[in-house]
Ligand binder design. Structure first.
Ligand SMILES: Nc1nc2c(ncn2[C@@H]2O[C@H](COP(=O)(O)OP(=O)(O)OP(=O)(O)O)[C@@H](O)[C@H]2O)c(=O)[nH]1
Ligand SMILES: [Mg+2]
Ligand SMILES: [Zn+2]
Length: 308
């Protein structure tokens, strides 16, 4: 008899599936399924709903993957032709960033947001380690990032996972949803999950004092139910957020703050680069659109990281 389960963890070889009764089982893939999904490194992802076959006693086999509502993908680190599905069936994706130890950047945040827009997953920004930002410069930098992304229509929240600042306010945005946490190693994703459910005790790692970076403590994506029906997906830290399957001609749709101005461009298919009477470029010159965001757009178009 086939039954449905939820993939809560997979390490490449081991896939853990949770059944409706709450029990978690280590399942294997049926042979044929392994070759599906050619461009991805593995056919199943955390968050997938799967069908299980229990024909062999004592063994559950994943016989099929239910159609995904959505998923989010990034370029695999060493296999540039391959993509890695980070997770599937998400309600939102949250970037956990810190201003230092490790330091975030607008380039990293923009690529994460572009990916979320391309896959139609609501995105949000958490600036963690707010307990560390005491100097005037740090406070100014915090305001800078907050304003930049709020003006681009994203929610931004500053909090401290370890000092419990703003955690309840953040928790309210998670209720009843499946949320993905992404970010650099050491930004505090696992610590944040621990602060939301103190019984989980996920491993967190030190920041290397030599490089001010994390040490890649979390090595596999895993889903946790922090309270009934509220799920968080912890993921390994990433160095970069490689864009995949995005054409230069569609990138402009993934900067939500451009859309309003784009209606006033002379050409309906204006790419907002050197075209005459471009209302988006003009809005950036007038600071109605943040010039950094506009420059980031132009920079990505001119780089060779998009699919031609
Ligand atoms: N001061 C301060 N330190 C924090 C905060 N959140 C996390 N840390 C510290 O940052 C370090 C890294 O935290 P982790 O939770 O392991 O970070 P991560 O994002 O899960 O890292 P990876 O699993 O490597 O991707 C640990 O030493 C945490 O104690 C915070 O809000 N304030
Ligand atoms: Mg971690
Ligand atoms: Zn234009």
């Amino acid at each position: 008899m086939a039954m449905e389960g939820l993939v809560v963890k997979h390490t490449g070889s081991i896939v853990n599936v949770r059944l409706p009764d709450g029990s978690v089982h280590n399942c294997r893939m049926k042979g044929l399924l392994r070759t599906k999904g050619l461009r991805t490194t593995h056919p199943v992802a955390v968050g997938d709903r799967v069908l299980l076959d229990d024909a062999n006693p004592g063994e559950l086999l994943i016989s099929d993957i239910c159609p995904r509502e959505n998923y989010i993908i990034r370029k695999s680190v060493n296999l540039s032709a391959q993509a890695q599905i980070i997770a599937a069936n998400l309600d939102q994706a949250i970037l956990v960033a810190s201003l230092h130890s490790p330091r975030t950047s607008t380039g990293f945040i923009d690529r994460f947001l572009i990916t979320c827009e391309a896959y139609q997953i609501p995105a949000m920004l958490v600036i963690n380690k707010s307990d560390l930002y005491k100097t005037e410069d740090e406070q100014a930098l915090l305001r800078y990032f907050t304003t930049l992304y709020q003006e681009a229509a994203y929610s931004v929240i500053a909090l401290s996972a370890t000092e419990n600042q703003n955690i309840n306010q953040f928790k309210a945005t998670l209720k009843g949803k499946i949320s993905l946490l992404c970010g650099h190693s050491g930004s505090g994703k696992s610590s944040l999950i621990n602060s939301l459910n103190t019984s989980l005790n996920l491993r967190s790692g030190d920041i290397s004092s030599a490089h001010n970076k994390g040490k890649h403590t979390t090595t596999f994506a895993e889903m946790f139910e922090i309270e009934p029906d509220t799920w968080l997906i912890d993921t390994p830290g990433v160095k970069e957020f490689g864009l995949i399957d995005i054409q230069p001609d569609e990138l402009r749709h993934y900067f939500p703050e451009f859309i309003h101005f784009a209606q006033e461009c002379r050409f309906a298919n204006c790419q907002h680069l050197h075209e005459p009477d471009c209302a988006v470029r003009l809005a950036a010159e007038n600071h109605q659109i943040a010039p950094e965001r506009y420059d980031s757009y132009c920079g990505i178009i001119q780089s060779n990281e998009l699919d031609a």
